[in-house]
Design a protein around this ligand. Structure first.
Ligand SMILES: Nc1ncnc2c1ncn2[C@@H]1O[C@H](COP(=O)(O)OP(=O)(O)O)[C@@H](O)[C@H]1O
Ligand SMILES: CC(=O)N[C@@H](CCC(=O)OP(=O)(O)O)C(=O)O
Length: 296
């Protein structure tokens, strides 16, 4: 009997959060281990469906860097990254679009639909969702030691987001699943980092939350202890004193940008943990690191 009451208590813990988030949009960047391991994949699909059925509007933006890498390797095309961005010539762009917009996107859609949801896959080309432009990357020339703009091919940055197609899908209770590919003014295709796309889509939708799933517990301090909350104003110091480095820099900056654009809270959480999204949204304590304007 006590076991049943405990179950009811767990559900009741979620009640204030369900009330709070009812009708609100949550953008989730899906990637890493959560997109590879069978058990985690199924758990993620079920989490998204549960969110939808209790009245939230989940929007999934996915990555797929490792999946692209595997196909490029099989095709004997070399992968090169500069400042975390894949150098993308036209042969690589074809593979990126094929893998992200095709196999990876459709597998996520299939998993959600298989477990009872109604997902629709899109790239940024569909409905004019993501207008992109070429990313101007600055790097220091090792010979002259001066910063200059380098050409890394068809890598894009988001110029603007037109969320009309997302709203149309939400009205009919579909769950949008978005591949991070954008289209330029003249119809050219761009490969865009998925975290950046998720941040901008969350901003355009004025989402309640942006959740970035990654393969680490969250942002850690210099002693390796998890930092549960970070005020956006503190981020530059954490980067300058090198508490935050490497791949975590674009992630945290993307959270800051989303908050500045009107997203209430951004979270960096551990996608290796089963039901990570649900634990973050529906429990009092949450997991991972929350980034917001706490010091008002
Ligand atoms: N302060 C920090 N807290 C946590 N991770 C950090 C921190 N600073 C740097 N990192 C690094 O950033 C990595 C996450 O970025 P990345 O590997 O690019 O993620 P993903 O592949 O999910 O996009 C972590 O695995 C860790 O090595
Ligand atoms: C420009 C750029 O680097 N684009 C990424 C897009 C996919 C992505 O971001 O996937 P993850 O989230 O798994 O890293 C790439 O080509 O790998």
């Amino acid at each position: 009997m006590q076991e049943l009451i405990n179950k009811a208590n767990v559900l009741m813990e979620a009640l204030p959060w369900i009330k709070n988030f009812y009708g609100k949009t949550i953008v989730i960047k899906y990637g890493g281990n959560a997109m590879v391991e069978e058990k985690l994949k199924e758990g993620f699909a079920r989490d998204i469906i549960l969110m939808k059925y209790i009245g939230l509007n989940p929007v999934v933006v996915h990555g797929g860097g490792p999946q692209i890498g595997k196909v490029l390797e099989a095709m004997k095309i070399e992968s090169n990254f500069i400042q975390g961005m894949r150098v993308t010539d036209s042969a690589t762009m074809d593979v990126v679009e094929m893998v992200l917009g095709g196999k990876v996107n459709k597998e996520i859609v299939k998993n959600i639909n298989l477990h009872g949801g109604k997902a629709v896959g899109l790239t940024g080309k569909d409905g004019g969702l993501i207008r992109a432009r070429k990313l101007e990357m600055k790097a220091v020339n090792p010979e002259t030691l001066t910063p200059e703009i380098i050409d890394i091919g068809m890598v894009g940055e988001v110029e603007s987001v037109d969320p009309t197609v997302i709203s149309a899908l939400e009205e009919s209770n579909f769950i949008p699943v978005i591949a991070p590919i954008g289209v330029g003014l003249n119809g050219e295709t761009y490969n865009i980092n998925a975290d950046l796309v998720a941040g901008r889509i969350a901003g355009a939708l004025k989402a309640e939350k942006l959740i970035l799933l990654t393969d680490i517990e969250g942002v850690k301090d210099k002693q390796g202890k998890l930092i549960s909350t970070i005020d956006v104003g503190r981020v530059p110091d954490l980067i300058n004193d090198e508490t935050i480095s490497g791949g975590m820099i674009p992630k945290i900056n993307c959270c800051v940008d989303a908050v500045e654009e009107g997203v209430f809270k951004a979270h960096i959480i551990d996608g290796r943990m089963e039901h990570a999204c649900l634990l973050e949204i529906f429990t009092d304590k949450g997991i991972g690191t929350a980034v917001a304007r706490f010091d008002k």
